[in-house]
Design a protein around this ligand. Structure first.
Ligand code: GLS
Length: 798
C-alpha cells in the first residue's frame, strides 16, 4: 500500500472531524490515537472485504482456530507494519508534531488471555495471515480482560480490567450474523415414521451470540483474516420478557475472563462460556459453508476446525449435534465428518489443568450434548474394549466416575492431536494420554510452538532490526529463517560492538521505564536478568529468588561479582495464594537488596507490575539473561524463551519444554543449562527425596532459607508458607535439588559477562538460531500436516 505524508495528514484530519467534530490538533492523545486507528481500519477495509469472499469463491480450505483466550497485544503499530505503511505514517505523524510511540501507547491492550496459551493463539492468527492461510480465530469477547495488577505493600492487588472504557476501534459488530445458543431445559427425542429423530426442546434458556470481528492483517500481502469474538446478550424481541436475574445470567457468560490458566475453574459459568463460543462458532461456520457447498459431508474438504486446548473440546459433541439434528446425517457419516474436520492441541501436562466436568453439571446445562457424549462413550467402548481390554479402555474413555474428561473427548473426536514441544508430545504419549496414544498411535504428532518476529523483533526491537538490515539485508523480515545469515558475522568485532550497542539502547529505555514505574534507579551497564511469565510454583520463580539471596550473601561477604539487575514480571491467579506469597517474597527481597548500601548497586531487583504483552515488548529487547527454569517435565513449551533468544538474551535453562529445541538450535555452548532432566526428576521422585539434607549441607542456602522465617525479611505468614513448602512438604518442584547446579550455571554467566565480545558472540548465535521458532513456520507445519490447508501458490494470493 502506498501512502504519502500529505495523504496521512489529510486522512487524519478528516477522521478527527468525522469521529470527534474537532480538529486533530485540538484532540487529546487518546482521541488522536482513535482517529489514526480509524484511518488504518478504513485503509484495510477493502482488502478485508475482498478476502472474506475470495477464499470461498476459490474453494480454498479455511481454518478456524477455536480458543477461549486470545492476547493480540496492541494492534495499531502491528497493523501499520503489516499493511506496509509504518514508515510513511510515522513520517506523517512527525510532520504533524505527533510522537508515534506516544500515540501507540494510548491503545488499551485487550487482555483476553492469561499468558502463553492466549498469546500463542494470537501469534498463530498473525502468522496464518502472513503466510496466506485463510485462518480465522473464534473466541469470546470478554467485557473485562485479565485483571490489572498493582502491588500494595508488596502484595498483589487485582483491579478490574475495563478495556472497553475508551471504545475498541478495531472491532466490527455484526449483529446480522448473530446466532442463538441454547442452555438447560429438557430434550425429548421425537422419532417420525421414517425413523428420523428430531430433538424437541422444552424450557431452554436462549442466548443471543453476537459476533465482533477484528481484521487480522497479513504482513505485506493481500490476505486479511478475521478474529471473531462472540458476545452474549439476551435475544432481542423474544416473546418472553426476561427477569433482571435471567438477563444477568446471560450477560455473565461473556463478562469476565477466568483469571486462571492452569486450574480447572470448575464452575458452571466456565462450562457455559465454553459451550457458548463453540456452539456459536460451529453454527456460523456450517451456515456459511452451506452458502457455497451443497452437502455438509464436504465440510472436511473445505473446513478445518482446531480445538486449542480442551476449552473448546465440546466442539466434538456440538458438531455431531448439528450434523445429526439439523442436517440429518446418519451417526456414522456424522462421526466421520466430525473427526475429519477437527484437530486438537494439548497445552499442558499439569494434572489439575486437564479439564473434567461433573456429569450432573454438564447434563443440566447441555442436555442434548450429554446424550451425544454418552453415545460417543458407548460406541468408543464397544469398538475398542475387544482389542485393548477393559482396563485400558476405562482409562481412555471420556466418561468415568461421574466425570467427563475433555481431553479424551477431544482426542477421540479429532483426526490429529499435537503437543507443543518434542518433550511435551513424548510425555503426552507415554504418560498423560498414554492409553489414548495406544489406541490411536498415528494421531499424535508434535508441533513445537513459535512466536512472531514481526512483533518481537521488527516492532519491539528496532535497534536490533536495523542492525540485521545492515548486516544481512531485509529478507529476514519476510522469511525469519534468513536471520541465520547473521552467524557469518560471528568473528566480526564491529558487528559484536553494534550488537552490544543495540542491546544497550534497549536497556537504557527499560531503565527509564523502571525509574518511572518503581522509582528505582538502575544502571544499563548491569546484567539484565529476566524472568517474565505467569507466577506458578512449577515455573520456579522461587529458585530465582534463592539465587538472588545467594548473590546477596556473597556480596555482603565481600565477593565481587558483575552487577546484576533481576527483573520479574508475573501475575498470579487471584485464588492461587502460594503464587501470591512468592510475589510478596520477591517484592520483599527487592526492598532488602535495593536499600542495602553494602551491596552498593551490584545487585538489584525490579518487579514490574501488570505483566502483559505491552510490558513484555519493553522487557524482552532489554534482556541479557532469559530465565527458563521450570522443573523439567512441567512446562509444555514456553514461548518467552523464544522471544528472549530472538532479541539476543542468553538462556539460563533446564531441559524442559522448548528449551530442548532451543538447545538443539544453538548448541550446548551457547546456552546455560542446569538441573535434572525429566527422566532424572521421575527417578528422584520414585527414589524419595530429602530437601532438608540439601539445605543442611549448604551453609548459604541454609541461611537464605532461614531468612524466610527469622524476621530478616518481613514476610508475615508468606515466609512460613514458602519455608514449609520446601522443607516440610517435600519441595514438590525440586527447587532445592536443582539449586546448586542453578547457582553454578548462573555464575558461569557472570564469568562470560567479563568478556563483552565473548558474551555478544553467544548472544549473536542465539539470534541467528532463532528464525526456526517463527510462528510462520509453525503454522505452515500445522497447515501442511494437520489442517491440509496450505495456501495457494506457495503462500501468495493474487
Ligand atoms: C500453556 C503452557 O503452560 C506453556 O508452556 C505453552 O507455551 C503455552 C502455549 O502452548 O500453553 N498452557 C497453558 O494452559 N497455559 C500456557 O501458557
Amino acid at each position: 500500500m502506498n501512502l504519502t505524508k500529505d495523504q496521512v495528514s489529510q486522512l487524519l484530519h478528516e477522521a478527527a472531524i468525522t469521529l470527534f467534530a474537532d480538529s486533530l490538533e485540538e484532540l487529546p492523545p487518546r482521541q488522536q490515537y482513535q482517529a489514526l486507528a480509524f484511518v488504518v481500519k478504513g485503509l484495510a477495509g477493502p482488502t478485508w472485504a475482498a478476502a472474506k469472499h475470495g477464499a470461498d469463491e476459490r474453494g480454498q480450505k479455511q481454518v478456524y482456530y477455536f480458543a477461549i483466550e486470545f492476547m493480540p497485544g496492541r494492534l495499531l503499530a502491528s497493523n501499520l507494519l503489516n499493511l506496509g505503511i509504518l514508515e510513511p505514517v510515522e513520517a506523517g505523524l512527525r510532520a504533524l508534531g505527533l510522537d508515534p510511540a506516544a500515540l501507540y501507547a494510548e491503545e488499551t491492550e485487550p487482555g483476553l488471555g492469561n499468558g502463553g496459551l492466549g498469546r500463542l493463539g494470537s501469534a498463530f492468527l498473525d502468522a496464518m495471515a502472513a503466510v496466506g492461510i485463510v485462518g480465522n480465530g473464534n473466541g469470546i469477547r470478554y467485557d473485562q480482560g485479565l485483571f490489572e495488577q498493582r502491588f500494595v505493600d508488596g502484595y498483589q492487588v487485582e483491579l478490574p480490567d475495563d478495556w472497553l472504557r475508551d471504545a475498541d476501534v478495531w472491532k466490527t459488530r455484526k449483529a446480522d450474523r448473530a446466532v442463538i445458543v441454547r442452555f438447560g431445559g429438557e430434550v425429548l427425542l421425537d422419532r417420525d415414521r421414517l425413523g428420523q429423530i428430531t430433538p424437541v426442546y422444552r424450557g431452554v434458556e436462549e442466548v443471543f451470540a453476537v459476533p465482533y470481528d477484528t481484521a487480522i492483517i497479513g504482513y505485506h500481502q493481500p490476505r486479511i483474516n478475521t478474529m471473531r469474538l462472540w458476545h452474549a446478550e439476551p435475544v432481542p424481541d423474544a416473546p418472553e420478557v426476561l427477569t433482571a436475574a435471567a438477563r444477568a445470567r446471560i450477560t455473565a457468560i461473556t463478562e469476565t475472563l477466568y483469571p486462571d490458566d492452569s486450574n480447572l475453574a470448575g464452575q458452571e459459568l466456565r462450562l457455559r462460556q465454553e459451550y457458548f463460543f463453540v456452539s456459536a462458532g460451529l453454527q456460523s461456520i456450517v451456515a456459511h459453508f452451506l452458502k457455497y457447498h451443497k452437502s455438509v459431508l464436504q465440510l472436511p474438504k473445505y473446513v478445518a476446525v482446531h480445538i486449542n486446548d480442551t476449552h473448546p473440546a465440546l466442539a466434538v459433541a456440538e458438531l455431531m449435534r448439528l450434523l445429526l439434528d439439523e442436517h440429518h446425517l446418519s451417526w456414522e457419516s456424522a462421526w466421520q465428518t466430525t473427526v475429519a474436520t477437527l484437530s486438537y492441541t494439548n497445552h499442558t501436562l499439569l494434572p489439575e489443568a486437564l479439564e473434567q466436568w461433573p456429569v450432573d453439571l454438564l447434563a443440566a446445562q447441555l442436555p442434548r450434548l450429554w446424550q451425544l457424549i454418552q453415545e460417543i462413550d458407548r460406541r468408543f467402548r464397544l469398538r475398542y474394549t475387544g482389542p485393548f481390554g477393559q482396563l485400558l479402555v476405562d482409562r481412555a474413555a471420556p466418561i468415568i466416575d461421574g466425570q467427563i474428561k475433555m481431553a479424551a473427548l477431544a482426542v477421540i473426536g479429532s483426526h490429529t492431536v499435537n503437543g507443543v514441544a518434542k518433550l511435551h508430545t513424548q510425555l503426552l504419549k507415554t504418560q498423560t494420554l498414554k492409553e489414548l496414544a495406544t489406541i490411536f498411535p498415528a494421531r499424535f504428532v508434535n508441533k513445537t510452538n513459535g512466536i512472531t518476529p514481526r512483533r518481537w523483533l521488527q516492532l519491539a526491537d528496532a535497534p536490533l532490526a536495523s542492525l540485521l538490515d545492515r548486516q544481512i539485508g531485509p529478507r529476514w523480515r519476510t522469511e525469519a529463517r534468513e536471520i541465520a545469515g547473521l552467524a557469518d558475522k560471528l568473528d566480526d568485532p564491529a558487528v559484536l560492538d553494534a550488537l552490544i550497542a543495540a542491546k544497550q539502547a534497549n536497556k537504557v529505555a527499560l531503565a527509564g521505564y523502571i525509574q518511572e514505574t518503581l522509582g528505582l534507579t538502575v544502571s544499563p551497564a548491569m546484567i539484565f536478568d529476566v524472568q517474565i511469565k505467569r507466577m506458578h510454583a512449577y515455573k520456579r520463580q522461587l529458585l530465582h529468588v534463592l539465587g538472588i539471596l545467594e548473590a546477596y550473601q556473597a556480596l555482603r561477604a565481600g565477593e565481587t561479582r558483575p552487577a546484576r539487575l533481576h527483573i520479574f514480571a508475573a501475575k498470579a491467579a487471584p485464588s492461587y495464594t502460594y503464587a501470591k506469597d512468592i510475589i510478596k517474597l520477591i517484592n520483599t527481597v527487592a526492598d532488602l537488596v535495593n536499600h542495602d548500601p553494602t551491596v552498593n548497586g551490584a545487585l538489584q531487583v525490579a518487579f514490574l507490575p501488570n505483566y502483559n504483552v505491552s510490558l513484555a515488548e519493553k522487557i524482552v529487547p532489554a534482556a541479557d539473561i532469559s530465565e527458563q527454569i521450570s522443573l523439567a517435565g512441567m512446562e509444555a513449551s514456553g514461548t518467552s524463551n523464544m522471544k528472549l533468544m530472538t532479541d539476543g538474551a542468553i538462556t539460563l535453562a533446564t531441559l524442559d519444554g522448548a528449551n530442548i529445541e532451543i538447545t538443539e538450535a544453538v548448541g550446548t555452548s551457547n546456552i546455560a543449562l542446569f538441573g535434572m532432566t525429566a527422566e532424572e526428576v521421575a527417578a528422584r521422585r520414585a527414589a524419595g527425596y530429602d530437601p532438608a539434607a540439601i539445605a543442611e549441607a549448604d551453609p548459604r542456602l541454609k541461611k537464605s532459607l532461614g531468612m524466610l522465617i527469622d524476621g530478616s525479611l518481613p514476610l508475615g505468614s508468606a515466609g512460613h508458607t514458602i519455608y514449609d513448602s520446601l522443607l516440610v512438604d517435600h519441595d514438590e518442584y525440586f527447587v532445592l535439588a536443582d539449586y546448586a547446579s542453578y547457582v553454578h550455571a548462573s555464575r558461569a554467566l557472570d564469568q562470560l559477562w567479563t568478556d563483552p565480545h565473548g558474551w555478544a558472540a553467544v548472544a549473536l548465535q542465539n539470534i541467528a538460531a532463532s528464525g526456526r521458532f517463527s510462528a510462520d513456520d509453525t503454522v505452515r507445519r500445522y497447515a501442511k500436516e494437520i489442517w491440509h490447508a496450505l495456501p495457494a501458490r506457495g503462500g501468495q494470493e493474487k
